[in-house]
Ligand binder design. Structure first.
Ligand SMILES: Cc1cc2nc3c(=O)[nH]c(=O)nc-3n(C[C@H](O)[C@H](O)[C@H](O)COP(=O)(O)OP(=O)(O)OC[C@H]3O[C@@H](n4cnc5c(N)ncnc54)[C@H](O)[C@@H]3O)c2cc1C
Length: 416
């Protein structure tokens, strides 16, 4: 099954690695995908064992679906895709009650004003700066919008993020979901590829004549390597490079740190659980400085699940302590729906992307001033003998499965 003398080594079997392997195969090139864990998909991971229902631990939406390379692939497999935006009842909880139509309209105006301010500032010709400096302040919804767009969507506070990168990577709908999850889709797309599981790469030797990957599996040589592990793994030295990477590449890795988004998924079979229609989403407003509310998605595909999202600095504070994250999720539910609804929730599972040494976070953001880092990281080294791919490398669809997929294809086209 595995070529003993492959043209290309692909390191990591997440979206970028699978896309690269498919593109290499389409171009008639042999490859071996070396994956440290016992499964494919990386941060696209859907499983049903824990809660008895499919749960996406990582990606769950095909964002900007009309430009998303995974949309036509899912359709070609005959997988039904649902437009979550048209199905969902969006609820906003503020000042002790669910917002009425007037408040919801005011919140929507504040969201539009946020993006107008970000886009205007990013285009003003001034140097890059932290995104929060461009965000509107002082309005009744501004803190909630900033929390939502920063910690809850980008998995990092706006103060830590490049204004230009935020503007360049902003996403829109449609946001599609599928019954078997994004992990299920990506696993299907990996079918038949030469993926070697339980093969952690510890060292990559590289040069003008080729590459050698070394690990507990032994060593494997090829003409080129495509490295798709996260910037969190790279920054932590999860794979060593010999010789060391060029300084510009190292700087780019450190300028693209991982944010964290933790999901807390509850079984919600008891009728006393929060009373929400299928596909509903709930946000709670920021009520005071330092308040960092979770948001929730209810009953996707009518399944009795309530999924809480905790992003940014609060997620990092809770990482390593799933019991505390679960307790905070229950407290949030109690604050919005009452103690009885919180008590009615069943067992929970908490995602652990931050502490997993194969990921070290959820997805990347560019630090202020580093808006060029994604292009630098995605630039082939040694005439394409060493290429990086993965969500962090994509200047438009960074942080998403779409960006990871497209960057994998780009890298497969760049290797000699
Ligand atoms: C909670 C959460 C929610 C998200 N929601 C969405 C969403 O709704 N929509 C969306 O588009 N995106 C979402 N994302 C982001 C999306 O999942 C990622 O951008 C994308 O899956 C990254 O793919 P990748 O191939 O770049 O990296 P990865 O998926 O990280 O793949 C890298 C692979 O390398 C392996 N690896 C690591 N170290 C080694 C080593 N030393 N040797 C060999 N293999 C190694 C890892 O095990 C992994 O399989 C979400 C992510 C998270 C965590």
């Amino acid at each position: 099954m595995f070529a003993s003398d492959p043209d290309v080594l692909v390191i990591g079997a997440g979206c970028a690695g699978i896309a690269a392997a498919r593109e290499l195969a389409a171009r008639g090139r042999s490859c071996v995908v070396l994956e440290a864990s016992g499964r494919v998909g990386g941060r696209a991971f859907t499983e049903s064992a824990t809660l008895g229902l499919p749960f996406d631990h990582g990606a769950s939406w095909l964002h900007q679906a009309n430009d998303n390379p995974l949309t036509p692939l899912a359709r070609a497999l005959g997988l039904p895709l649902l437009d979550h935006d048209t199905l969902r009842d969006r609820r906003l909880f503020a000042r002790g009650r669910f917002a009425d139509a007037v408040d919801r309209a005011a919140f929507a105006v504040a969201e539009d004003a946020f993006w107008t301010a970000i886009d205007t500032a990013a285009a003003d010709g001034a140097p890059d700066r932290p995104a929060d400096r461009a965000a509107p302040r002082g309005g009744p919804w501004d803190a909630t919008v900033a929390h939502w767009e920063g910690a809850q969507i980008c998995a990092a506070e706006l103060s830590r993020m490049s204004l230009h990168d935020l503007a360049a990577t902003a996403l829109d709908g449609p946001n599609l979901i599928l019954r078997e999850g994004i992990g299920g889709l990506v696993a299907r797309l990996a079918h038949g590829l030469p993926v070697r599981l339980h093969a952690p790469v510890e060292r990559v030797r590289w040069g003008s004549r080729g590459v050698v990957a070394e690990g507990s599996f032994g060593s494997l040589a090829a003409r080129a390597a495509i490295v798709t592990v996260s910037t969190g793994v790279l920054a932590a030295g999860g794979a060593a490079f010999d010789p060391p990477l060029p300084e510009a590449t190292q700087a780019a890795i450190h300028a693209l740190p991982m944010g964290l988004l933790t999901k807390i998924a509850f079984r919600a079979d008891d009728p006393a659980s929060p009373d929400l229609p299928p596909f509903a989403s709930v946000r709670r407003a920021v009520e005071a400085p330092g308040d960092r509310p979770m948001s929730f998605i209810a009953r996707l595909f009518e399944d009795p699940l309530l999924i809480g999202f905790c992003g940014g600095a609060r997620a990092w504070e809770l990482q390593g302590d799933p019991a505390a994250a679960e307790a905070e999720g229950r407290a949030e539910v109690a604050a919005i729906f009452g103690a009885r609804a919180a008590a009615a929730l069943g067992r929970a599972t908490v995602t652990r992307w931050g502490e997993d040494p194969l990921f070290r976070g959820a997805y990347s953001h560019a630090v202020p001033g580093a808006q060029a880092a994604r292009r630098v990281l995605g630039t082939p080294i040694a005439d394409g003998r060493l290429c990086f791919a993965g969500e962090a490398c994509h200047p438009r669809f960074a942080a998403t499965v779409a960006g990871a997929w497209l960057s994998g294809i780009d890298a497969a086209r760049a290797v000699p």
